[in-house]
Design a protein around this ligand. Structure first.
Ligand code: 6GU
Length: 242
């Protein structure tokens, strides 16, 4: 089944790189199609129906405070136009749930994803509420604990993480099974020729040809790296010898 991805943004030109990225390969294999929409195309008229020559997409926040909030009426018109009955609405936001490999794998099964890219101060909260109330799956997701200016870079990262998990996308399914995060641990270190480089050697075990020892070494490396770099990922009962 072919996936359809729609992106709504005030920076449609940013998504030109979709064509030259890994995603270009998924599209060649006819696994995905992408459609980018300019939010301002839906801002030609104000909420009262009068023309808006400025195509305004944001306004000051109720309650005061810094920054601007993107307007619900403009987003409503755009999403009504592109979201299909079985589509999932994804709203990149630093206030969202963590975007994980598990969420990427889940979203890779959707028939349509609509990415609503807003500025970081956000889209009027009634937009997410409205589509959830209407029965759509709505996911506000964050890449991590830092702030980007808008949802575009985050959406791009999410699209790449999701589309490479579409069944049939990569030639080698094992390379997805073995990579970082698919088993909850960081990936082991990898080496290729030459066996010596600037005085540094490849670990002996990898040159030994003992497949069981190599597998054990890699598992140990995964645990050691994860303990050092991402202890939050380790199950509470995991023990790693020092
Ligand atoms: Cl999804 N959006 C923005 N604006 N900033 C972020 C983010 C998303 N994830 C991390 N920082």
């Amino acid at each position: 089944m072919k996936m359809r991805i729609d992106v709504v943004t005030i920076f449609p030109e940013f998504f030109g790189v979709l064509d030259v990225s890994l995603l270009g390969k998924a599209r060649e294999a006819a696994l995905v199609e992408t459609h980018v929409h300019d939010l301002r195309d839906y801002a030609a008229f104000k909420a009262d129906g009068s023309p808006d020559v400025h195509r305004t997409v944001d306004d000051a926040p109720f309650g005061g405070g810094a920054g601007m909030v993107m307007k619900a009426d403009v987003w409503g018109k755009a999403i009504d136009d592109v979201l299909r009955p079985s589509g999932v609405l994804v709203i990149p936001s630093p206030a969202g749930v963590p975007f994980t490999q598990a969420l990427a794998a889940d979203l890779a099964e959707a028939s349509q994803l609509v990415f609503a890219c807003g500025r970081y101060e956000g889209i009027d909260a009634r937009v997410a509420q409205h589509y959830a109330d209407a029965g759509y799956r709505v996911i506000e997701a964050s890449l991590g604990d830092y702030v980007l200016n808008g949802g575009e870079v985050a959406a791009f990262a999410m699209i790449e993480a999701i589309t490479r998990l579409i069944p049939g996308f990569m030639g080698n399914a094992q390379s997805i099974v073995e990579e970082s995060h698919s088993d909850g641990l960081l990936e082991y270190p990898s080496y290729t020729r030459p066996a010596q480089w600037r005085g540094l050697e490849v670990p002996d075990v990898l040159l030994s040809g003992h497949h069981a020892r190599i597998a054990q070494w890699r598992r140990d490396q995964q645990l050691e790296r994860t303990r050092e770099r991402r202890p939050d990922l380790l199950p509470p009962d995991a023990t790693v010898a020092d």
